[in-house]
Design a protein around this ligand. Structure first.
Ligand code: FAD
Length: 479
């Protein structure tokens, strides 16, 4: 049995699998150690946001997900009636995709297998010791060594605990209910949500054409412990009371009680140990964000860790992982805490606040601001980030949208297709224009393309741009 890897990832959830795919794509010898012997069948995360679909598109994989899910053109903030509109964003995916987490994980694991990642199932990580120049990992009764270890082992992360990284925040105060069921009486509209003095309910199709998801916050049942199993009768009764409709739930594939526990890791990196996904941040599942942010953590860390392992970038590049991604975790912490407050109180003051927010979200700029935050479309890294959001111009740190490029004035290619190998991309729109690379970047890692965008859009006035492997601009030269 092989005992030495360049990187060991603990946990084969969506964050760990995507990180392993990115590392292997860059040639890193990586193993994923997963305590479960089988993949989880739980439908958990249903919402895949447009930015995550872009991440998959950057590797040529988006079709695998889109073909298996159901696009929903709008999203929600705190189950408010005014839906979030994704149509103003420059993207090929102006929607959220409903696809059960089990199907997402199946596709990620398939990709990992295609790339040759070692996935060791039934191998629980039990100890992690950072020895300065390498890490010793005890797992499945064996001892392994690696250069780095990444904890993608979820909310109760053992890796986080072994690295003595604090996980501060709030303990659970309320429980909510979830039921993935067949409805005897399905609603007329695809997504239905009601929040009033009786509680909150949201009903949405699971994407398989058979099941619906019902999410309930019932003021009479909010203090039932998470460990108490949810019953179909409980779901039917709460839905009837809040929705005023006997939707006749039956044949459940998953019934669960979840909480509003909210915590953020005090550090995303400590020496040779890093955290991604739920190991770094947990919160009430509001707005469909946890898995999406975890996959995007992994996308940010993947190319950086690979470059450091390969010796082509200084170790300090790893610090930029925390600098870029922990603020995203802080935003996630704050917006889910706010949303949890809005869906777990049914007093007149909170209902009036909801009505006010409904009105505010009807203002296109406010709607765009919130849709941009929850979807990840508006995320930009670094000091120029705020300007990117306000003036919509491409700048260093901004998300680079996909676009059709005319190469040498004739052949047309999609920009994202030029990043599929996990490479950097230097785009020269004006002959001879050069966007400056980081001093350490090896030119062999960069694909150089002279092109012209078919539609200017965000590229108006850009002479050259250097795009990172994760699809964010590293440098932009303007006219
Ligand atoms: C009801 C509900 C609805 C949700 N809806 C959404 C949604 O619509 N959109 C969204 O983006 N997010 C949603 N989420 C959140 C989403 O499910 C999580 O954020 C996501 O699963 C986190 O992925 P992860 O890979 O970080 O961790 P996990 O999925 O928790 O995976 C961690 C893995 O590590 C393994 N593991 C744990 N300890 C060890 C160990 N010691 N050694 C080895 N392996 C270990 C576990 O078995 C597991 O496989 C929802 C969550 C819930 C509960």
């Amino acid at each position: 049995m092989k005992k030495t890897y360049e990187v060991i990832v603990a946990g084969a959830g969506p964050a760990g699998l995507w990180l392993a795919c990115e590392l292997r794509l860059a040639g890193v010898d990586v193993a994923v150690m997963e305590r479960r012997t089988e993949r989880s069948a739980q439908s958990r995360a249903l919402t895949v946001h447009g930015r995550s679909l872009e991440i998959f598109a950057l590797r040529g994989l988006a079709d695998r997900f889109v073909a298996a899910g159901k696009p929903i053109p709008t999203g929600h903030y705190a189950v408010l009636d005014t839906r979030l509109d994704f149509s103003p964003f420059e993207t090929s995916f102006p929607y959220t995709l409903f696809i059960p987490q089990a199907a997402t994980e199946e596709r990620l694991e398939m990709r990992a297998a295609e790339l040759g990642v070692d996935i060791l199932r039934g191998t629980a990580v039990a100890g992690v010791e950072d020895l300065g120049d390498h890490v010793r990992v005890s797992a499945g009764g064996e001892t392994f060594t690696s250069l780095y270890v990444v904890g993608a082992d979820g909310a109760r992360s053992l890796v986080r605990e072994q690295a003595a990284i604090a996980f501060d925040g709030f303990a659970a105060r309320n429980t909510m209910m979830l039921a993935d069921v067949v409805l005897g009486m399905p609603p007329a509209r695809p997504v239905v949500s009601v929040t009033d003095e009786n509680g909150s309910v949201m009903l949405a199709p699971l994407g398989d054409g058979i099941h619906h998801r019902i999410v309930l916050v019932d003021p009479r049942r909010m203090h039932v412990p998470r460990s108490e199993p949810v019953t179909l009768e409980e779901v039917a009764d709460a839905a009837q009371r809040i929705l005023g409709l006997d939707c006749q739930p039956r044949d459940p594939i998953w019934l669960s009680r979840f909480t509003d526990e909210t915590r953020l890791a005090s550090a995303y990196r400590k020496g040779r140990v890093m955290l991604v996904g739920d190991a770094a941040h947990i919160h009430a599942p509001m707005g469909g964000q946890g898995m999406n942010v975890g996959i995007q953590d992994a996308m940010n860390l993947g190319w950086k860790l690979a470059a450091v392992v390969r010796g082509s970038a200084p170790e300090t590049l790893l610090d930029s992982y925390e600098e870029e991604r922990r603020p995203v975790g802080q935003t996630l912490y704050a917006n889910t805490l706010a949303q949890a407050g809005l869906v777990t109180r049914f007093d007149p003051a909170t209902l009036a606040l909801r009505a006010t927010l409904n009105d505010l979200l009807a203002i296109p700029a406010a709607n765009r601001r919130m849709a941009g935050e929850l979807s990840g479309f508006d995320l930009a890294y670094g000091p120029e980030a705020a300007a990117v959001r306000t003036d919509g111009r491409l700048a260093a740190g901004a998300r680079v949208p996909d676009t059709v490029l005319a190469i040498h004035g004739k052949e047309e290619k999609n920009l994202y297709g030029l990043l599929e190998a996990g490479n950097w991309l230097h785009l020269a729109f004006d002959a001879g224009a050069e966007a400056p690379p980081p001093a350490w970047l090896d030119a062999n890692a960069v694909r150089f393309v002279s092109a012209a965008p078919k539609h200017d859009g965000i590229f108006a006035g850009v002479r050259a741009a250097l795009v990172r492997p994760d699809g964010y601009a590293a440098a932009v030269v303007r006219q």
